[in-house]
Design a protein around this ligand. Sequence first.
Ligand code: FAD
Ligand code: A2P
Length: 370
Amino acid sequence: MAYSETKVVLGGLAHIPIIIGFFYLIRRQYSFGAMLRNGKNTLSDQIKAAAPAKAAAPAKAAAPAKAAATAKKPHSDVPVNTYKPKAPFVGTVTENYSVLKDGAIGKVQHITFDLSGADPEFKYVEGQSCGILAAGEDAKGKPHRPRLYSIASTRYGDNFSGNTLSLCVRQLQYEKDGETINGVCSTYLCNLSPGDKVKISGPVGKEMLLPEEEDSNIIMLATGTGIAPMRAYLRRMFEPTEIEKHQWNFRGKAWLFMGAPKTANLLYDADFEHYKSKFPENLKYTKAISREQKNTQGGRMYIQDRVLEYAEQIFTMIENPKTHIYLCGLKGMEPGIDEAMTTAASAKGLDWAELRPKLRKEGRWHAETY
Ligand code: FAD
Ligand code: A2P
């Protein structure tokens, strides 16, 4: 064999280990992808095994990555911004009633708008919000900027006709220099009468959407009007006419934690109690009534105190990859919830600071506070 031919053969032989190595890596990645698809590893397994998972990460296989890129993104067909604030839809108020009982604090109204005649149609799904443009002008003589409100009805609306939208609005009121200040948009909304015309933009938001799987588990943490999206979820899950209307038959576990200052302030309480009595296997409903109940330290009972009380059950649910958590209402509750989750997680040997971003990345942690 000539010297040049020997060089070619030896060069070819030298590539064999590289080729074998390449096929080995591809094989490893396929089995890793299959493991994820089968969902065999629980959340705590995944977290505890974070180090080996990181080690495997650089060898990303081309085939599973391509498959993920071509798969339809969840909720990609959910409408957003059909009506922009500059060109809003003008809806008509059909009803506006108080959702508080005698002796409650403040003013909270359930307000429904007729959306019929919208072209294009004003379609939305549970968990979205809309913008409201209050009539009148601000101090600079400009139209009021839109305020966002979570939609409290399902896509079929309270009357199941598919062309209404409902909100749950607390009138903002506070004292300043001995004077009572009324919030612009919330006061406008709370004082509307049937027949009034209202500029509505949206729908907006995909943060609070429900998963499509019927066997998902849904943990809901709400304070005050943060109940609005939860009302929509619970109607979708448990309201008989809703169930007849759609093909989504919820079979998972739902657990609502609701925070209110007084029993009279519990919003939609009778509906939720009714759902609980009809579906005791599927719905739990836990209340934190801050000015009537005390936490273990003798302070006001907040939903984070309830989270601590039921930490074991909550984290057992969270370990199931089918569980989603929704948080809505006062911005101020977020640090308290975080603290409670940290304590509850550590009792299970988990680190909430690691777990929370992981749940978020997986699309299982949904928060909208204001
Ligand atoms: P404004 O006239 O805009 O007054 C608000 C301003 O008053 C504040 O920015 C602050 O500067 C000042 N202020 C407020 N409180 C005090 C105080 N104690 N002391 C001094 N100054 C104060 N609200 C609902 O009722 N229901 C909902 O479902 C809902 N969903 C929402 C969803 C999202 C995604 C967001 C972002 C907000 C949501 N809100 C909801 C809140 C809503 O958008 C408005 O912020 C709220 O109604 C107040 O608007 P306003 O026009 O009445 O008040
Ligand atoms: P409180 O006002 O007694 O301190 P609403 O919007 O109807 O007022 O209800 C909000 C509920 O959330 C109330 O029970 C309120 O209690 C409670 N709350 C207030 N601050 C927090 C907080 N930081 N964390 C959790 N809940 C809170």
